[in-house]
Design a binder for this molecule. Structure first.
Ligand code: FE2
Ligand code: FE2
Length: 238
């Protein structure tokens, strides 16, 4: 769990940010706000996941994990918006989140498993490793500490998703397994095809904890080959 941004942390970052040009501050605040918005949307993903788990009769350990993960995402969003606000020099936060009309439409094991594979197993693992890379590159200690804690949490969220999919594969029929396999294959292929948007600010962003462009692509490809492909093949073979 990530703590809120402390006053000392905020002051440390503000003194670093003061030395940056207005353009750089603006670019970093937008990038941190974009990351914060993803964290904010993840709250909804885990809230929905907790309902899906109830609908499919999942064990309490998984239901508890989904609620804890949603609370972790609240903290990630708040901390990330707090950092974005320091870069911006004015308070930033989320607006209303648009939820699709299908949010409460149906809860079926196949759909729960495919979203767990894509958003949980794959995206949370990628998020964990990107946060780890951001922590390793970041210069302000408050950014490093936040990303280290985020990496730990996202890794736990990925582990929760793997446990759920494992449970669902035991319970479900061959359609569930086929859906999980197809989803894993298509998301992995999509990540491999992601375009690289390399920009002149990539190294600067990395010093402030944001991994973008070619660095991001390298982290994601390494995550696929070193972590995700072996873990998914182990999961789907079981
Ligand atoms: Fe998160
Ligand atoms: Fe997460």
């Amino acid at each position: 769990m990530v703590g809120a941004l402390t006053e000392a942390g905020r002051r440390e970052l503000a003194s670093i940010v003061e030395a940056l040009s207005p353009e750089t501050r603006g670019a970093l605040s937008r990038e941190w706000a974009r990351a914060a918005q993803f964290e904010h949307a993840s709250i909804a993903s885990f809230s929905r996941f907790s309902l899906e788990l109830l609908a499919v009769g999942a064990p309490p350990e998984l239901i508890e994990g989904a609620h804890r993960a949603a609370l972790d995402e609240v903290t990630h969003a708040r901390s990330s918006f707090a950092l974005a606000s320091v870069y911006a020099g004015s308070p930033l936060g989320p607006g209303p989140l648009t939820l699709g009309a299908d949010v409460f439409e149906s809860f079926e094991l196949v759909a729960s498993v495919t979203s767990a594979v894509a958003e949980g197993c794959i995206n949370e693992t990628l998020a964990a490793l990107e946060a780890e890379a951001g922590a390793a590159a970041a210069e302000p200690s408050v950014v490093r500490e936040l990303l280290t804690a985020v990496a730990q949490d996202e890794g736990e969220h990925a582990a929760l998703s793997f446990r759920f999919v494992r449970w669902a594969l035991e319970l479900g029929d061959s359609a569930v397994r086929r859906a999980a396999e197809e989803c894993a294959e298509s998301v992995v292929a999509r990540v491999k095809r992601e375009p690289v948007l390399e920009g002149p600010t990539d190294a600067l962003f990395a010093r402030h904890g944001r991994i973008v462009g070619a660095r991001r692509r390298a982290v994601r490809l390494e995550a696929l080959s070193e972590v995700l492909e072996p873990a998914l093949s182990d999961l789907l073979r079981s």
